[in-house]
Design a protein around this ligand. Structure first.
Ligand code: ARG
Ligand code: ASP
Length: 694
């Protein structure tokens, strides 16, 4: 990197000369001193050192990465933690059985010995983070190709990681690029792996509203679950053992029961997963006009099929509820995203910016960088479309994937059997078959002729129709017979290789691996290189407001304030919801709105319609921020983040202060449920409250 550019970069990274755009941004905690003035101006009363410090306990020591994609917060001196119900969902499910259905009925440990160990679950504390850009880029020169550069960068990264970790110290190091590799940070984590399940409300509270209300406001979901971290006698990470003791955190959140009101400052501390705020106009156009609409159309078909069979049978509803939730989550998000891109004129605005950038950058090393990305993107899109289309069609068919998995386990009959049991427990063939027909017809219609794999063309010719192909797979495959599929052994290898379900899987996945994925990766890498220059140029031009790196599942600060919004003309949404709204939605006939009887009884018996449930605010969040602490001006816990409003989901690409709202559970609703529904008051006793309930 040239000296002048390094200087420009340092300037861009360290100065906040331009006022921040309203509430947009996911900021790096170690650099929060650059934002603290703005935070304080907006109401925050603590210091940068209170948020992040390597010298003393700070709020960051009470925030954890929960599992591999959620956030959580420590709320007692004895390792108690909160996250979302949907983040703890698979753990709750894995402890559930017909006799103990904790998903349906909820679960409340009444003392430590009743807490349930969660195998495979870890939580990570961030020890510290550090700018290691110069060490990572040592030996990198401008004339290197991207792959030569990667080689040097990877070597340097490994050396850095090795230096800070030793087998005994329990630390895990990661080095992550920011701003497309213009800057690198080292993140040091300490992972705890004896985590126990302490409590969760029934799904009719924790998932109230289900997929109907998902991504929507007004919201009434009690989306929380409670766990506890255990450590060895020296407070260090350890495998599960009866001898382990509750972890003693450096810091835990104190809880405020004072509540929030419109305009109040809110701060979300968590692990946002992925955003792409600096993409070029063409990339935004492709997402808004091509990939989102196609993804939505394909998922609509699959959801319709699932819906039909789920509404006909209780057993099928149970089998497919988690699958349905997974498919519908992105489906709904994409709808808001595509609309938001259009409403905000994101493509036009980016084009105008690129024009300005083109003029400004003439004669500099940044000249042409945006155009280069756009040109590359036009070719990249074809491969990305094929890849997306495969992922949303052929790759979604369940039986072929099961066939391939079985083949990989063939030498271990016990695992073949176990895998078959696991698969058929939640499998309903008519759904798979009907989805197959719909999505493979779309594949045939929408995949450009020159991209269609030979395998597809041959089979379409041989079978004559998608229906006939489906008939063969779902009637004749040995995998369609649960008993046969569970008893397959090495002796059946040839039969499997000739099986129509297996052949389907193999045909498309080989095409993906040989024809699409390598080109896709090659374009991605060239595009990344061009983005690195473009990004540096944007910073040097400096007309963008303040810069924050795209989310990459590293710890970030987002701050904003409690605020309602107007989703469309003539409508204004208040920023809070209450128990009264739950009763308004309550309907025993509708699965998503059927609350437990005890809540009805409580409501009838007491004067509690104003009990707060959720609130929305302007914090810039994304997937991964689920479970994040929502912190008030005094640094105390007032809520748990769990969603955004669908009208604002383009915030991963472009933030609109008028529409982008995060949704949080009001901490007082959690306390109400723990006490009144769970009767687990022993948990309240170990929490710290900073103020009296009103
Ligand atoms: N939309 C939220 C997020 O992206 C919550 C998803 C879980 N809830 C559901 N009803 N599917 O994770
Ligand atoms: N619901 C998301 C999560 O699970 C949060 C979001 O996308 O706003 O992380």
């Amino acid at each position: 990197m040239k000296k002048s550019i390094v200087a420009a970069l340092i300037l861009a990274f360290t100065m906040s000369v331009v006022p921040a755009k309203a509430d947009e941004g996911m900021w790096i905690p170690a650099l929060i001193s650059q934002r603290i003035g703005d935070m304080q101006a907006k109401g925050f009363k603590l210091s940068a050192e209170d948020i992040y410090s390597i010298n003393q306990a700070s709020l960051k020591d009470a925030v954890i990465l929960f599992g591999s994609g959620c956030t959580g917060e420590v709320v007692s001196g004895e390792g108690l933690l909160f996250t979302n119900h949907h983040c703890g969902y698979s753990m709750i499910q894995s402890h559930s059985s017909v006799e103990h259905d904790y998903l349906r009925d909820g679960f409340w440990a009444m003392n430590r010995s009743q807490e349930l160990p969660c195998r495979g679950l870890t939580v990570s504390f961030l020890e510290r983070m550090e700018d290691v850009t110069s060490a990572v880029l040592k030996g990198v020169s401008d004339d290197m190709t991207e792959s030569e550069r990667n080689e040097v960068v990877n070597k340097n990264m490994n050396a850095i990681k090795k230096e800070v970790t030793s087998p005994g110290n329990g630390l895990k190091a990661r080095v992550e690029p920011l701003y497309y590799g213009n800057q690198y940070f080292l993140f040091l984590y300490r992972d705890y792996r004896d985590i126990r399940f302490v409590g969760a409300p029934p799904s009719s509270i924790g998932k109230f509203g289900g997929d109907t209300d998902n991504w929507m406001w007004p919201r009434h979901t009690g989306d929380f679950s409670i766990f506890r971290i255990y450590a060895d006698k020296d407070n260090n990470p350890a495998d599960y053992s009866e001898d382990n003791v509750p972890y003693q955190p450096k810091k835990f959140f104190k809880i405020s029961r004072a509540g929030v009101k419109e305009g109040d400052f809110t701060f979300i501390y968590g692990f946002p997963g992925s955003t792409q705020e600096y993409i070029v106009s063409e990339a935004a156009r492709y997402i808004g006009e091509v990939s989102d609409p196609h993804g939505i159309a394909l998922r609509t078909k699959r959801l319709d099929v699932m819906n039909k069979y789920m509404s006909e049978s209780q057993a099928v509803r149970i089998q497919y509820s988690a699958k349905y939730a997974r498919v519908s989550n992105a489906w709904k998000k994409w709808q808001g995203e595509a609309l938001g891109i259009k409403r905000m004129k994101a493509v036009e605005n980016k084009l105008a910016y690129e024009k300005k950038f083109g003029e400004w950058s003439r004669g500099t090393e940044f000249e042409g960088s945006a155009d280069r990305i756009i040109a590359l993107y036009k070719d990249f899109e074809k491969y990305d479309f094929a890849r997306m289309y495969y992922n949303e069609t052929a790759a979604t068919i369940e039986l072929p994937a099961f066939a391939a998995r079985t083949l990989s386990l063939l030498s271990e009959p016990e695992r073949v059997k176990g895998n078959a049991r696991y698969f058929f427990k939640d499998y309903y063939l008519p759904i798979d078959k009907e989805s197959f027909v719909l999505v493979m017809k779309s594949f045939d219609e929408n995949m450009p002729e020159e991209f269609k794999p030979a395998f597809h063309k041959e089979n379409m010719a041989a079978y004559g129709s998608v229906e006939a192909w489906a008939e063969d797979i779902f009637t004749n495959s040995i995998f369609a017979d649960p008993e046969r599929a569970a008893s397959l052994t090495e002796a059946d290898r040839d039969a499997i290789l000739a099986d129509p379900a297996y052949r389907f899987q193999k045909g498309y996945s080989e095409w993906m691996a040989s024809d699409i994925q390598p080109e896709w990766l090659r374009y991605r890498s060239d595009i990344n290189l061009a983005y690195r220059t473009f990004m540096r140029g944007r910073m040097a031009m400096g007309q963008d407001g303040d810069f924050y790196p795209d989310a990459n599942l590293t710890l970030r600060v987002a701050y904003g304030h409690v605020k309602g919004y107007s989703p469309r003309d003539g409508v204004y949404y208040e920023p809070y919801s209450t128990l009264k709204g739950i009763m308004e939605k309550d309907n025993p006939e509708i699965f998503d709105y059927n609350i437990p009887q005890v809540l009805r009884d409580l409501y009838a018996a007491g004067d509690i319609p104003d009990t707060p449930v959720c609130f929305c605010a302007t914090n810039h969040t994304t997937g991964g921020n689920s479970g994040s602490p929502v912190i008030n001006a005094d640094g105390n816990l007032v809520g748990i983040n769990f969603d955004r409003v669908w009208e604002g989901t383009m915030s991963d690409i472009v933030f609109d202060p008028d529409y982008c709202r995060n949704i949080a559970l009001d901490i007082r609703y959690l306390l109400f449920i723990v006490e009144k529904i769970g009767g687990a008051t022993w948990l309240l006793d170990e929490m710290s409250f900073v103020d009296q309930a009103e």
